[in-house]
Design a protein around this ligand. Structure first.
Ligand SMILES: C[S@@+](CC[C@H](N)C(=O)[O-])C[C@H]1O[C@@H](n2cnc3c(N)ncnc32)[C@H](O)[C@@H]1O
Length: 203
């Protein structure tokens, strides 16, 4: 087991909703996903989904969610929350920099606060390769992480911070930046964190 996997498994197994990134509703992600105008039945991959309630919102929209997570304990909580609705969700355990995803399988790729942990250029290259493999041509990307004025660490790990142009540069050519927005996220501990959100379309 990698240190990274062990780190996240411990966090998910011990902290529950007492984590800085917890949101009672995935408001900005859901707004950006709705803006893509996907038809019901669209397939959506949430990378590093954790125990986020985004999946509940995706099911409400009639989409077909796949959740990818490095740490299985997060899914225990998602399954408990969803009850019978969990059968409409695909759960995949894996590291986004190593996992083999099906080709051209997803209409939308969502990531809130996962890409920003990839400190090494080869990790980021592997991530973008997985994205290019798995996203359909014409598909959408909603990518969010700490903004340049956001925290330097998350969950005790250093992060890379990006503005919208920074995210665009990381994805490289072949993606059109459609919109960007910022969110001052209120943590369960009463502090705020500046997030940068972006929405892209694959050309
Ligand atoms: C900061 S949390 C964000 C969780 C969720 N996206 C949200 O917004 O509530 C980062 C999540 O990504 C997962 N994660 C971290 N590195 C990962 C990797 N390399 N591959 C897949 N998941 C990863 C962690 O276990 C954790 O659930």
């Amino acid at each position: 087991m990698t240190d990274r996997k062990a780190h996240w498994e411990t966090i998910h197994a011990t902290k529950g909703d007492e984590v800085s990134w917890y949101q009672p509703a995935s408001t900005e992600s859901a707004r950006l996903i709705r803006a893509c105008g996907l038809a019901p039945g669209a397939s959506v991959l949430d990378v590093g989904a954790g125990a986020s309630v985004l999946v509940d919102e995706l099911l409400d929209l009639g989409h077909r969610p796949t959740l990818l997570e490095i740490a299985e304990p997060a899914f225990v909580r998602v399954r408990e929350r969803l009850g019978g609705r969990a059968s409409a969700v695909q759960f995949v355990i894996g590291d986004i920099t190593e996992v083999e995803l099906p080709a051209a399988a997803y209409d939308l790729w969502h990531d809130r606060a996962v890409f920003h942990f990839l400190a090494e250029p080869e990790q980021r290259r592997a991530y973008v390769k997985a994205l290019q493999q798995a996203l359909k041509p014409g598909g959408f990307v909603v990518l969010a992480g700490f903004a340049p004025d956001g925290p330097e660490k998350c969950s005790g790990l250093p992060v890379c911070r990006y503005d919208a142009q920074g995210f665009a540069a990381q994805l490289g050519g072949g993606f059109e930046l459609l919109e960007s927005s910022r969110e001052l996220h209120l943590t369960p501990f009463g502090t705020t964190q500046a997030f940068q959100y972006t929405r892209f379309r694959r050309l």
